[in-house]
Design a protein around this ligand. Structure first.
Ligand SMILES: Nc1nc2c(ncn2[C@@H]2O[C@H](COP(=O)(O)OP(=O)(O)OP(=O)(O)O)[C@@H](O)[C@H]2O)c(=O)[nH]1
Ligand SMILES: [Mg+2]
Length: 237
């Protein structure tokens, strides 16, 4: 299988407005070029020159959808650049994309990730891109009930505009928002998700408080939970 180089898109997390498909900027140009193959799936046959210079074997289009403010742009920036740009919220205008090449089972997989505007007024723009998407990440904000209540409406749109076999994943974002000033984690009594961990973490905290050794570092409950979740790939049942 021959390899192709990935072409860079751009994006930012609440930093600058995104280009709409009609814009003439760099993003707008990338968008036109990337949107053209109707199958969406790309099996490159020969290498080509690009900005990012990364080779890949196979490419997929992934779309981020969900209410405005749930954190789609931030999630993409975190995934692409490993950074969280906190600060004033600037809503995405239209649609934009960024590429990331990952190695999955020794295969270089390029994800072309489309960051859509959650605002209602851009819906007709984003609908046009659903058809080519191989996967949709549907986000809600765990601190915003309305964004969760709207999931059903988003799924209706997805069923209407996306391909039938599109991969859909629901993501509850902002789980580290500690606005109540207490450690936080998500659990599921039904699946068992994180249940063991929740009780273990509390037991550890209590034990450390009770049996405090003077030269031992302070036990940080949230840090422990984060570390354990990372160690098991986030989810334990
Ligand atoms: N605490 C916390 N804040 C977040 C998180 N993700 C995003 N935010 C904040 O939420 C706000 C909205 O984030 P965006 O990523 O711009 O939201 P969006 O879904 O792209 O919104 P639209 O572009 O309007 O559709 C910003 O102020 C971010 O800093 C998170 O995981 N935790
Ligand atoms: Mg955005």
């Amino acid at each position: 299988m021959s390899r192709k180089k990935a072409v860079k898109g751009k994006g930012s997390c609440s930093k600058s407005p995104k280009a709409s498909p009609s814009s003439s900027g760099r993003s707008g140009k990338s968008l036109t070029a990337a949107a053209s193959p109707s199958s969406g799936l790309v099996y490159p046959s020969r290498p080509s020159i690009s900005n990012s210079g990364e080779f890949y074997d196979i490419a997929f289009k992934v779309m981020l959808v969900g209410d405005s403010g749930v954190g789609k742009t931030c999630l993409l920036v975190r995934f692409k650049d490993g950074a969280f740009l906190a600060g004033s919220f600037i809503s995405t205008v239209g649609i934009d994309f960024r590429n990331k090449v990952m190695t999955i089972d020794a295969v270089k997989v390029k994800l072309q990730i489309w960051d859509t505007a959650g605002q209602e007024r851009f819906r007709s723009v984003t609908h046009a891109y659903y058809r080519d998407a191989h996967a949709l990440l549907l986000l809600y904000d765990v601190t915003n009930k309305a964004s969760f209540d709207n999931i059903r409406a988003w799924l209706t749109e997805i069923h209407e505009y996306a391909q039938q076999n599109v991969v859909v994943m629901l993501l509850g974002n902002k789980v580290r928002q500690l606005e109540f000033g207490v450690p936080f984690m998500e659990t599921s009594a039904k699946s068992g998700l994180n249940v063991e961990l929740a009780f273990t973490a509390v037991a550890k905290e209590l034990k450390h408080r009770t049996m405090k050794e003077p030269d031992q570092p302070k036990f940080e409950l949230q840090q422990y939970v984060d570390k354990e979740m990372r160690a098991v790939g986030c989810c334990r049942s």
